[in-house]
Design a protein around this ligand. Structure first.
Ligand code: NAD
Length: 493
């Protein structure tokens, strides 16, 4: 593996807001700290902004959108600049992957092989859409007996506030920034308190690529101050948010006050449904990856593992064996497969649900609460013989905790799979192709994988139903989400 950028001393230790093409400190000089989840030492400090910084960033984005160079460019010209941004992200891919890995305590190889290639693909795919945002012509009966031509144009929605989470920060930031740039919008990014590093780097690369100052701005600090100020700001036209359902609900309520456009990518409690006719080896590997990848800190984590009753005990035991063999430790050390969770609050949350699972009577086959020493480590945990009414089956834990629930037949599986408030991802493991299609149709989710867990690709729309959110990112839908459709009718004779 290439030497880690953190070891080479290449990661920033001091960061500032990036507004209108320059780094700026908060007007009151307030600073926040990034804490290393592995040993709780301070990794870096960053500007902890307030309303003044939000005003400055929105004003830069507004002025570039309303009167700047960006709004005068053609789609083709925007696409060329976005492609240059992709080249620069590719150049710095290892550095960016390590920024995210260090901030959240992740095994560096994961963002290197997944997040960064996906982010680069998203930027390039979005660049390709920039000159292909087309409208329609619609036959209309005419105006007072005169012939008319009606056509639609999709115009950029305006200034976007992009509020992002910490779990796969760079990739999710690119899911928002690349398509909104393709559509012709400008943006103020508000990264999570735990992971501002890679978003700030993206903004600097945008400048280096020749994207005009004021198009990509980043304000760092707390959600309750900066996030709220952005959501309420009259200069913001749309909010794109990825994060928890609680904050998403708050944002939607606030945004409704002045009818801002909102897209919400929220939480999940995704089912992985394993039928006894499935390839058991593939299903086991997929279920283990689905819940233990990135310490289970994935919105589409397959945290509810529904297994047909005749194989449920054996399957749960095999999953527990996989869990027990995962090497947990400092993710930057050779051979370590799982690091800590991202923050103390997350550790407390995961341990709380593990206690809930034990108290509710589910059988703990692997892991369990581990004594708190230094670093926010959780052991990969497997509960078996759970029922769908338990908290460990209903609540998003956002940690490496698998809940195995037995089911009897297809109908039972569908009822359990759909029996939460969420609907983000789902997987069906079966060798029966007709069953696969039946299940995919009946499960309420934004994406269903058959014999694969949560495939993501820049061309595939991503998003949830029910309390997992509204709107779609990625693919053409992801670009169109940053446009407003306008109809123009012309009397032609
Ligand atoms: P979070 O909701 O706590 O924070 C997300 C962002 O919102 C952060 O930048 C935070 O500072 C900001 N924020 C907090 N309070 C705010 C407020 N009052 N107004 C405006 N902004 C505010 O979520 P998190 O802990 O960072 O991320 C974990 C959650 O994200 C999980 O629920 C996970 O499922 C979800 N998630 C969803 C997807 C998806 O694609 N559906 C992807 C990744 C993560």
């Amino acid at each position: 593996m290439t030497k880690l950028q953190s070891e080479a001393g290449l990661l920033p230790t001091e960061m500032f807001h990036f507004i209108n093409g320059i780094e700026v400190e908060s007007s009151d000089g307030a600073r926040g700290e990034l804490i290393n989840p592995v040993d709780e030492t301070v990794l870096a400090s960053y500007s902890f902004g307030g309303v003044a910084e939000v005003d400055a960033a929105v004003s830069a984005a507004r002025s570039e959108f309303d009167n700047g160079v960006w709004s005068s460019l053609s789609g083709y010209q925007r696409g060329c600049l976005i492609n240059k941004l992709a080249d620069l992200v590719e150049r710095d891919a290892d550095l960016i992957a390590d920024m995210d890995a260090v901030c959240i305590g992740r095994v560096p190889m994961e963002p290197r092989i997944l997040d960064l290639p996906n982010a680069i693909q998203t930027i390039r795919t979005s660049a390709g859409w920039a000159d292909k945002i087309e409208g329609r012509t619609i036959p209309t009966p005419g105006y007072l007996g005169r012939a008319t031509l009606s056509y639609t144009v999709n115009e950029p929605v305006g200034v976007v506030a992009a509020i992002t989470p910490w779990n796969t920060p760079f990739m999710i930031t690119c899911w928002k920034v690349a398509p909104l740039l393709a559509a012709g919008c400008t943006v103020v990014i508000k990264p999570s308190e735990e992971t501002p590093m890679s978003a700030l780097h993206l903004a600097k690369l945008a400048k280096e690529a020749g994207i005009p100052d004021g198009v990509v701005n980043v304000v760092t600090g707390s959600g309750s101050v900066i996030g709220n100020a952005l959501v309420r700001h009259p200069g913001v036209d749309k909010i794109t948010f990825t994060g928890s359902p609680a904050v998403g609900q708050h944002i939607q309520t606030e945004a409704a006050k002045d009818f801002k456009r909102v897209s919400l990518e929220l939480g999940g409690k995704s089912p992985q449904v394993v039928f006894s006719d499935a390839d058991q080896g593939e299903a086991l590997a997929g279920c283990a990856m689905g819940i233990f990848f990135n310490q289970g800190q994935i919105c589409a984590a397959g945290s509810r593992i529904l297994v047909q009753r005749d194989i449920a005990d054996e399957f749960a035991q095999k999953l527990a064996d996989v869990a027990s063999n995962i090497v947990v430790g400092n993710p930057q050390e050779e051979g370590v497969q799982m690091g800590p969770v991202c923050k103390k609050a997350q550790l407390d949350r995961v341990n709380y649900y593990i206690r809930e699972g034990v108290a509710a009577g589910a059988s703990l086959l692997a892991g369990g609460e581990c004594p708190y020493e230094k670093g926010w480590f959780v052991r990969p945990t497997v509960f078996a013989a759970a029922t769908n009414d338990m908290a460990i089956a209903q609540q998003e834990i956002f940690g490496p905790v698998a809940t195995v629930i037995p089911f009897d037949d297809e109908q039972d599986a569908v009822e359990i799979a759909n029996g939460t408030v969420y609907g983000l991802g789902a997987t069906v493991w079966t060798s029966d192709v007709k069953r696969a299609h039946r299940m995919a149709k009946k499960i309420k989710a934004g994406a269903v994988g058959v014999n694969c867990w949560a495939p993501i690709d820049a061309r595939l729309p991503w998003g949830g139903v029910k309390q997992s959110g509204s709107g779609r990112e990625c693919g053409l839908s992801g670009v169109m989400a940053y446009t407003e459709e306008k109809v123009i009718t012309v009397v032609t004779d």
